[in-house]
Design a binder for this molecule. Sequence first.
Ligand code: SF4
Ligand code: SF4
Length: 287
Amino acid sequence: DGEEVPYDPEQLRKIKEHPCYSKEACHKFGRMHLAVAPKCNIQCNYCVRDYDCVNESRPGVCSKVLNPQEAVELVREVMDKFPYIKVIGIAGPGDPLANEETFETLKLLKEEFPTPIKCLSTNGLMLPESIDKLVEYDVGNITVTLNAVDPEIGEKIYSFVEWDGKKLHGREAAEKLLSQQLKGIEMAVANKMLVKINTVYIPGINDHHIVDIAKTVGEMGVFTFNLIPVIPQYKFKDITPPTGKEKKEMQDACLPYVRQMRHCKRCRSDAIGLLGEDVQDCIFKRE
Ligand code: SF4
Ligand code: SF4
């Protein structure tokens, strides 16, 4: 769906071989997530921090955190056994850009595994400051979770944002986060990264605003938009998530503005395999 925009051959590879960026690829190619990033720098009102970052994952158990060397050893083992894995991603369990280990891992990966697509998901707070390093380490695909493009709505979604050693709250926190997210998305697009936006659909909080988000990011040149129903927990534990029908209707309303990803499986931050599959339980012993 969506309009065809011209991409260069390297970008096309990063679309065609990435199971989350291409519906066709998702049957053929897999991804592996490296859980090297435990810390987070914001607090979303739908997140209980004992789990994986719900911006990108489904809560359940927290992925076992690996250090960068352990992560690279895992990549060695997986790449050898599963050549259909084309993407190495970092998605948590916290915010990848809030953890120095993310960059250490990417550096090691660039040296040893230059070919697989490098992918990362973030809340966007540190994206502008991280762009140069992400470019250096060939991160071609970035997911930013953007739940509002109006700080009046954003302040209902975030309890705090850590900035410059201080905890910001309320409107101030929402404004800082939003300005960083928009700046980061713009810089990522300018650097030819393929940007996916995750938006959490939170009835009563941002539902009337989701089409505005889609419009804003569509105009900014992002590649795709992934609408995620809220998981009712923490401060949003009493919110009823949207039904499948409501989700589809919202995606249809957003489609004129930006391509829609409709096959997200809400993977764990340590998932390995095709989407919806996790081969690591069969191959590796979990502790
Ligand atoms: Fe939780 Fe992710 Fe939000 Fe951080 S960014 S509070 S880990 S959902
Ligand atoms: Fe792809 Fe969704 Fe899984 Fe992320 S959570 S790797 S977008 S299928």
